[in-house]
Write a protein that binds this ligand. Structure first.
Ligand code: NAP
Length: 223
């Protein structure tokens, strides 16, 4: 691979090894970007690392490390339940200054019939309040179901990834990662738009039950 091309690739830290971590990692490594997965249970994640190595392109790598260790990457994804974020951010707060923190969470309540965040806020904005001012929070990946992100497309059309944030450079960085992975980034505006993105994802979840699409549909803007 040409050195120039390699220099444009990144290493992304993902906290979690669940559905979103797996699907996002698949897109990242298949787009030539590397991942470090931080987890409470390193051993079972070995199988995930092996499967990622099989789809990695252009020298991308995947590795797993214990949660609690240092975060070296500039982009960190919180692929955990919203209820776990406060504890994780408390542990890592000082490490996250100046970094891009990507929030894919949907703050659903226990009965899946509402959101736990105040109507005049969003998970992303609440997370931004917990972090240093220099942290650039970007809402992304919450409106697409993990299985569709892993596949990259539904019925042959690439998944749209709606991205909200207040820092244009941070959104562009996330957009490039999305594009590298074969998905379509769409700038949805400032971080306050996360309120609508979380509402949209909530609706998309409810539609699975009325339409019986088993978390296999996608939200697509045409054109
Ligand atoms: N699934 C989807 O299609 C989808 C789509 C868009 C957005 N989201 C959102 O993305 C987030 C992750 O969803 P998911 O489906 O990937 O969930 P998941 O499959 O249940 O995975 C959650 C991950 O978070 C880790 N975790 C949970 N509590 C933790 C804690 N207190 N400290 C450290 N790690 C903790 C789990 O680790 P252990 O394995 O050690 O328990 C697991 O690796 C959620 O906020 C969800 O709303 C999901």
């Amino acid at each position: 691979m040409a050195t120039q091309e390699k220099q444009n690739k990144m290493n992304v830290t993902i906290i979690g090894t669940g559905n979103v971590a797996r699907s996002l990692s698949t897109r990242l490594v298949s787009g030539g970007n590397s991942v470090t997965l931080l987890t409470r249970n390193v051993e079972p994640a070995g199988e995930l690392v092996s499967s990622l190595q099989q789809v990695a392109q252009a020298g991308a790598t995947a590795r797993v490390a214990p949660l609690g260790g240092a975060i070296e990457d500039d982009v960190v994804v919180l692929a955990v339940p919203y209820s776990a974020v406060e504890e994780i951010v408390a542990e890592y707060r000082e490490h996250l200054g100046g970094k891009i923190v990507v929030d894919p969470t949907n703050p659903l309540n226990a009965t899946y019939d509402g959101l736990v965040t105040p109507a005049d806020s969003s998970a992303a904005e609440e997370i931004a309040r917990l972090l240093p001012e220099s942290t650039r929070v970007v809402k992304a990946f919450n409106t697409a179901f993990a299985s569709t992100v892993a596949a990259g497309a539904v019925e042959g059309r690439p998944i749209d990834i709606l991205i909200a944030g207040d820092d244009a450079e941070a959104k562009a960085t996330v957009g490039k990662l999305v594009e590298d992975g074969g998905l379509r980034p769409i700038d949805a505006g400032p971080l306050t738009r996360a309120r609508q993105l979380e509402g949209l994802a909530f609706l998309h979840i409810q539609l699975q039950f009325t339409r019986g699409t088993n978390f296999g549909s996608m939200l697509k803007l045409i054109p």
